[in-house]
Design a protein around this ligand. Structure first.
Ligand code: BMA
Length: 824
């Protein structure tokens, strides 16, 4: 080498060595795909899935339309190939390090770079990072990914075991279990590059991960720590900045771990929706050398303590969350993935789902184990809005294998996801699985699969290994020490056993699955109700997205295919006939099915809240949908609120009046989830449907913070002389700062002798209407052909009451109907 050249190299070196880490997305490259056995390449989208790519190329019809699902099942049995070419520049090639990162591959993927295999992936929940410096070349590079049929892979694996496992081939695949079909979801076993793929180039040193640890928290001081892992190509001095503090660090070639403490004086706490601000501190963690920024990470941190308290008591064991030292009653729902085809859900979908939770006064969502660990956008939105998350690991309603490869695969999955999510203040609890324990002990699998006692032992041991050892041990290593944030299975005891109401969390399915009446909810109250639910049909417009007008009946193929519970429509009908006059017209039927669902959930939620602090949480099944369908959801696939979501909003208000009927009294409860005491007047008015006052009374009520108390018992004898069918009780509470009201009907809606209400809508301005009625109008449903959102709906209008409703968008016409209009 001659001298001038060496000199040039020497002067270039610092520039090149200390330049910043760069990330180059390959999403936007030109991707094509094909069935491996085909010759014809078609344009593909990344992130994407085979199904959506086929649909975009018009190779298949809309998978969600009609009964198309049935004719698209062939897709899951095929292998698929994706490819792209991309240019690598001289500069990029010069980087000391380069790697390719797949944020998600669904699921069995062989990845080839320039003809050389660089990865065999087998878990859609993992992140794959492959160093590729040697494999890249100047100019055009070629990337090819072959996806094998997950169904076939699962079947092959299943054959290796001498016995079948409940859950069949799906349990062998680390893939979203709902892709194989669920009782609210279609079977679309997808494949594809379903998350971001990017090339990374870096020199000298790079942050590989940051672990956050809240070391201590008092009113005057928070001490937190950022444990930063840094990969370095050299030994040398570097600088780590955390916001405006600087730390000189000495790195060794290879992996380095640097822990930096950070103190915050007079810290502001993170609170849940309804209790205070979900305050976040922003942190910028920057790695630099000689004033050149090499890499950075951004973390939003919420300061809070969260504990799961399980204390033995006279009845069993408590089960509640203490947030910042305060027992908080959890109000919320179970969340499922927002789409069968995950890449179609953009960040705004996740934000919207969380917004709907916030708008209905929730403070917790459970990320259910049969789906996927949600996208960052979901947890970011929960952090910002004070929604706590009960996070399941992704296992549901089945038994899973226990061989070394499977266990190791799960362990890596736990590491990837806990590393990604552990800093989020929203995450309250990590839970091993959904209903595997209950299934094993209560669903008769032993008999159904005719297991030998030896195989039974083996299956249960495998269960214990995964959910009592591997997952919690891996989790605890990643979380800060002494945090007890793991719960092996939801629920811990099945709903058929009385102990399920005395300790742990409980899924109560006596209503719906057990066909028991809604009233049973009042008796079956556990310590923390993490599941219970009832189906409601979605809005007519949602039906029209997948069915023709002539198919709008429960016997059409289209509608049958959009009801995944074996006896779904029958069950709805049977419950409807118990409480309502069953309408004959389809549109009315939808409406009444929604009222029915709302009534069921109201009954359950009120019973749970009345029982506070015995019961300290209520999460109904389910918040959302992954396609347009009749299901237990309160918001449908398109984000439309069913009647139940409006009801939940009312029933989850911090201050709630509710009534419990006993043999001799009507007990009036005031439940207060806020941290404020209230004192005020509690008024009772018995009225008829024309608004005549039949009886009234009032008491002074003292409502302590964070409590649920009977404020008054109305003896039934007081009201005996009135006709209960023709009357309702209006209960209102008024304090200096707070007012609320509730209505109580004494008989079922089908027994109420309605007369035709004259419902008047008066436009106050483009976005505000006043609603009145001459006689009681029950469950007034406002709708419009054009898109708008009503801030309240399905509400009762009392005679001569004025209700103000706000819209988000002006519309030309609003129609209103009430139960009266559905009477046959
Ligand atoms: C629950 C859930 C789901 C199911 C729902 C309704 O227990 O865990 O498995 O969709 O029941 O049946």
């Amino acid at each position: 080498m001659n001298r001038p050249f060496t000199l040039l190299l020497l002067t270039l070196l610092p520039l090149l060595v200390w330049s910043q880490h760069s990330e180059r997305s390959l999403n936007a490259e030109q991707w094509t795909f094909k069935k491996t056995s085909d010759f014809n390449w078609l344009p593909a989208t990344v992130p994407g899935t085979v199904h959506t790519d086929l649909y975009n190329n018009k190779s298949i019809p809309n998978p969600f339309y009609g009964a198309n699902e049935k004719q698209l099942q062939w897709i899951e049995n095929e292998d698929w190939e994706y490819q792209t070419s991309f240019i690598v520049s001289k500069e990029e090639l010069k980087s000391q390090k380069s790697y390719l990162q797949f944020d998600g591959l669904d699921t069995y993927a062989e990845v080839y770079l320039n003809g050389n295999k660089i990865l065999s992936a087998n878990n859609m929940f993992r992140t794959w990072k492959i160093y590729v410096k040697k494999g890249l070349k100047l100019g055009t590079n070629h990337l090819k990914i072959i996806f094998s049929s997950a169904v076939k892979k699962g079947q092959e694996e299943a054959k290796q075991l001498p016995y079948a496992l409940p859950g069949d081939e799906k349990v062998f695949t680390r893939k979203a279990q709902y892709h194989y079909g669920w009782d609210w979801g279609p079977r679309f076993v997808t494949a594809g590059i379903y998350k971001k793929v990017a090339l990374h180039f870096w020199n000298s040193a790079k942050i590989s991960k940051v672990r956050y640890h809240q070391k201590s928290l008092t009113d005057s001081l928070a001490t937190i720590e950022f444990i930063t892992s840094i990969e370095s190509t050299v030994n040398g001095k570097f600088r780590l900045n955390i916001n405006n503090t600087t730390q000189e660090i000495q790195l060794q070639q290879g992996e380095n771990v640097v822990a930096v403490s950070y103190a915050i004086q007079n810290p502001r706490r993170w609170w849940t929706n309804g209790l205070g601000e979900a305050f976040l501190y922003s942190f910028e963690i920057t790695l630099s050398k000689s004033n050149q920024k090499l890499d950075e990470r951004h973390l939003d941190i919420g300061l809070r303590t969260i504990e799961l308290v399980q204390d033995k008591d006279a009845i069993g064991k408590s089960f509640y969350f203490k947030l910042n030292g305060i027992p908080v009653f959890m109000k919320g729902a179970n969340y499922i993935p927002p789409d069968s085809f995950l890449p179609t859900a953009t960040d705004s979908v996740y934000k919207n789902i969380v917004k709907n939770a916030v708008d209905s006064n929730m403070n917790m969502l459970r990320v259910w184990g049969g789906g996927v660990y949600a996208d960052d956008a979901f947890y970011d939105a929960c952090d910002k809005n004070g929604i706590l998350v009960w996070q399941d690991f992704m296992f549901a309603c089945a038994m899973y294998p226990g061989d070394a490869d499977f266990i190791e695969n799960v362990k890596q999955e736990v590491i990837d996801n806990v590393t990604r999510l552990q800093h989020h203040p929203c995450i309250a609890l990590w839970c091993g699985n959904n209903e595997n324990d209950e299934g094993w002990h209560n669903w008769g699998w032993q008999k159904q699969y005719n297991y030998s006692s030896e195989n039974q032992d083996k299956i249960w041991k495998d269960y214990q290994k995964l959910f009592h050892e591997v997952i919690p041990e891996t989790l605890n290593r990643l979380l800060a020490s002494n945090e007890n944030r793991y719960w092996p299975s939801s629920p811990s005891i099945g709903w058929g056993k009385k102990e399920s109401l005395l300790q742990g969390d409980s899924h109560y399915w006596g209503v719906w699955w057990g066909m028991e009446p809604f009233e049973i909810y009042r008796k079956k109250v556990g310590r923390f109700m993490s599941e219970y639910g009832f189906q409601g049909m979605p809005n007519l417009k949602t039906f029209m997205s997948f069915a023709k007008e002539e198919e709008l009946n429960l016997n059409s193929d289209a509608l049958k295919n959009h009801q995944k519970h074996t006896t779904g429509y029958q069950t709805i009908n049977e419950y409807m006939a118990r409480d309502y006059k069953v309408p004959t017209n389809f549109e009315d039927y939808i409406y009444v099915s929604q009222l029915l669902q709302a009534e069921g959930m109201k009954t359950a939620i009120e019973a749970h809240r009345q029982a506070k602090p015995y019961c300290m949480g209520t999460l109904y099944w389910q918040l959302n949908d992954c396609w347009p369908v009749t299901s237990w959801s309160s918001i449908d696939y398109f984000g439309r609120w069913k009647a139940v979501h409006y009801q939940v909003k009312r029933s989850f208000e911090n201050l709630l009046i509710s009534v419990k009927e006993t043999n001799t009294t009507y007990s009036i409860y005031l439940t207060n989830d806020s941290l404020e005491n209230f004192g005020g007047d509690l008024d009772f008015k018995l009225m008829d449907f024309k608004g005549n006052l039949l009886w009234e009374s009032n008491v002074v009520a003292a409502v302590p913070a964070n409590s649920s108390l009977v404020q008054f018992e109305i003896p039934k004898t007081y009201l005996e002389s009135f006709d209960f069918k023709k009357a309702f009780l209006l209960i209102s509470f008024q304090s200096k700062t707070k007012s609320t009201k509730a209505l109580h009907y004494f008989v079922k809606p089908k027994d109420l002798p309605f007369t035709k209400p004259n419902i008047q809508l008066t436009k106050i301005d483009e976005l505000t209407y006043e609603i009145t009625s001459d006689v009681l109008a029950k469950n007034v449903f406002l709708s419009s052909d054009e898109y708008t959102f009503f801030n309240d709906n399905f509400f009762d209008v009392l005679p001569n009451e004025k209700i103000i409703i706000n819209l988000t968008k002006p519309v030309k016409k609003i129609t209103a109907k009430s139960i009266f209009d559905t009477l046959p």
